[in-house]
Every structure is written in structure tokens, then in C-alpha cells.
Design a protein around this ligand. Sequence first.
Ligand code: MSP
Length: 515
Amino acid sequence: MTAGKPAYYITTPIYYVNDDPHIGHAYTTLACDVLARFKRLDGFNVRFLTGTDEHGQKVEKSAAAAGVDPQAFTDKVSQNFRALSDLLNFSNDDFIRTTEARHKEACRSLWKKLVDAGDIYLGTYAGWYAVRDEAFYAESELEDGPDGKKIAPSGAECEWVEEESYFFRLEAWGERLLAFYEANPDFILPASRRNEVISFVKGGLKDLSISRTTFNWGIPVPDAPGHIMYVWLDALTNYITAVGYPDESSEDFTTFWPADVHMVGKDILRFHAVYWPAFLMAAGVAPPKRVYAHGWWTNEGQKISKSLGNVIVPSEIVATYGLDQVRYFLLREVPFGNDGDFSRKAMVGRMNYDLANQFGNLAHRVLSLIAKNCEGKVPQPQALQAQDEALFEAVAGLLDKVRADFDRQQFHNALTKVWEVVSAANRYIDQEAPWKLKKSDPERMATVLYVLADTIRQLAILTQPVMPDATASMLDQLSVAPDARDFTALDARLAAGTPLPMSEPVFAKFVEEDV
Ligand code: MSP
């Protein structure tokens, strides 16, 4: 089935297993899922990867706190992230764990490539490290916290580290990185983030410590007893492990690498847009085509934190509002790339207005009228009038527009454009008032209902990536065959006379007493 299809490789960050899955994890993976589904429907051979980041001091500490050895700990908690895929209907093709043998081999190979290239040397690191971020910080970046503590810009506490360490010659890659950004203007999106990264690199890069000797939970550096690879070098490598590295001539690698999009949160952009392409170029591997940094959610205007007790738990919001409602809200409410606020009012507004009133109600009205007035079969249209053609044209124009938005990860824009047509269809039904035509002009009634039913079919096909369950139900209600739901089927038309099942509303309304 994949022969001849263009390849598309999309990745989520791999998640630290010390935390329970929260909205941040759900959001990044959701964006990837929606893109992966879109590309599949648009004829691509998609590889969609997610997984867990299981090494490093932070995970080692969490395992110790739980009183279990790190392997047993990660075996258990990485399951929580697999479960997230089931809960949120994520369609990832693979789930990688950094404790897998395939990954350790990839990391050792990459390391050796960097050694052979002359980009690694032995030295001593003396400086600040934040275990929470698994990141090194320069003194100048830190603020003084209580009790003489040093605090990173992320809010993480830092500790002083002084130990023998291998270094990657990052400083030497500054100019080449800048040239790479220049030659690939869409490598970092959105553009505001790109500018941040460029000024960071222009400010001068320092060689990067890439091994540690004061803990054990990680991948040993080849031929260097006592040294464990820096967890970010280990973690970033997952993206190539999963497509067969170090076998660069494997079918997977030649098909899927370089990745089309690494989706990340803004907090981890530097690792992906600076360190990662430098490692890859040094190892003679092509950098990914794009790193997209999305923003962060707040909860009712407040920063989300465990200490505030306002963590948004995916299973809870799905139970309260419904799965497709949550998926739609997260991608519609906030311009992708910006920070956004999760408020109950906004969530309920979107779910009740955009979904239940505008889209769901339209479908249910049309299907109920067909059930009642057209013997429950797709009606037979007569010659189309200008307003019928106009609605068909509006919906037919969507794919190109929506594709352009998806290709730049502008999900909110794509949905806005689809909903313009949903609104147009609502205006059309109100103007044409097919319920009034039953006696006066049944043929015209059949035509209007046909135009609406086929418009709904197309709208449902286009919104499958965002709301897979609800749209599946809509398409079932229109008797659209499972193999007639990809984007090549948009141009087809419903066949008049096809029997339709009973219609049921697909989007429930949220009523306050429900809580
Ligand atoms: N393990 C690293 C990534 C390694 S990738 C080679 C890591 N893991 S993480 O578990 O901390 O990842 C969290 C992800 O969730 C990041 O993309 C982060 O931006 C995102 N979010 C965490 N809190 C968030 C919000 N409040 N809102 C949106 N996304 C947030 O980093």
C-alpha cells in the first residue's frame, strides 16, 4: 500500500517517565496525531513516532524515591504514556523507549561517528546543572533563589557540578548552523522562535558537556569506563533509532530520514534546533526538515504546576467534555505556536457552539429531514441553482487551503476556514428552508437536501484528522464506505438512492448540571 507514496515522518518529543501524563504531553502528541492523520488521508506514507525518555539523573532519582530499580520503574511508568495514546486516540506507528537495545546501539554508533569526526574531546566540566531540565546553565543565566540557591530561567533549581566530561565541539558549529538556518528558512517555525534561536547562536556557542560520571542510569560511553552519555544526546538520537540508524542504507532510513517535522514545546527548542542539527551534521547525517515549537497552556489564567495543584489531567477533561471535543478545542482555541489558556468557559463555548450547534446540528437536521421526507435515502438532485453551486464551490475549495495550513502547522487557521463553510451551509439551509418545500416543490427540496448532505460528507472527511470518532459516525450516517473517506474521495458525490441509517446527533451539548 505504500509503494509510490511520498513519505512523511513526524515525531513527538519522548517524554520523561517521572511525570504522569498531563496536558503538555497530550497537546504535543495531539498536534502530531492530527498532522499524521491528515497526511495519511492525503496520500502519504506516514511514520508517526512517540515514546519515552527513560535515562538520566531525573529518572534515576524518581526511581530511587519510589524504591525500585530504574529499569523496573521505567518499565512500569512508560506504560502510562502508551495508555495516553489509547485514551486520546493517537495513531502513532511506533513507540520508542530509550532503554531498548536498538536505541543503545544507535547512540553508541552516533557517538563513535562524532569521535571519528574529531568533534569530541575529554575535559572537565565545572558549572551549573539543573536535574529537572537535565540542562547545563551559564552563571550569567541564573538568578539567586532562597537559601543561596541558583535558579534557572525555567524555574529549576541548579546544582554545582565539577567532573571529568567529554565535550562536543559545539562552538565550532556556530557559523555552519547559522548558514543552515539561512538556507532553510522554514527549519524553525514559528518565525518568532526562529529569530530567538538565531540570536542565541549569534551570541556565541560554548562546547557542550556530553557525558557525566556521577551517576549510572544511562548509556555507557563506548571505551570510556565511568562515563554515561548526557541524556539529551541519548534522547535526541531516538528520532534516528526509530528509522533504523545506524543502518543508513536500510529501507526505513532512506525512506523516512530526514524527518519532516519534530514537534516540540518551546521549552525544548534549543536542544532540537541547535544541538541536534550540530550533532547530526558532525556525524554526516542530514538534519531534520523542520522543528516546530508550540506554546504552553495555562489553566484559567494560571501557570500550571504540581505545587499549585492545577495540573490538567487528560483523562479528566476527556471524561468531562468528550474526546473529540477536547481534541477540537485544543487545536482550535489557540493559534498553534502561541501560549493559550484552558478555561472551562472557552471549552464549553467551543463544544456547544462550534460543534453541537453549528456542525452537529446541521448534520442532524439534514439527516432527519432526509429520513422523514426522502424515504431515508440519499435524495435525487435536479439541476443546481447558483446558490447550490456556490456552496459546492466553497467546500471544494477547502482542501487546498487546509493543506497549506497543515503544511505550516497552522491548525487553527485550517479549522477556521472549515467552519466558514459550516456557517455558509447553515445560512444556506436557513435560506432554502427545505422543510417548507415538501409540498410546494419536492424536487427542489430533494436538491437542497442533496447539496447539504454532500457538503456535510466533505466537511466530515476534511475534519477526520481532528475528530476521528465523531466524523466516522457522521460518515456512517451518510453511508459513506470506509474506503471512500480519504481526500481523493472528496470529489466523488453521494449516490442518490443509497439507503441511510437512522440519524443520531454526534456532538453532545455540555449542560452545566452535568458536573
Ligand atoms: N524528555 C524531554 C524531551 C526529549 S525529546 C528528544 C522532555 N520531556 S517532557 O516530558 O518534559 O516533555 C514535555 C513536553 O510537554 C514538552 O514538549 C513540553 O513543551 C510540553 N509541555 C509541558 N507542559 C506544558 C504546558 N503547560 N503546555 C503545553 N506544553 C507543555 O522535555
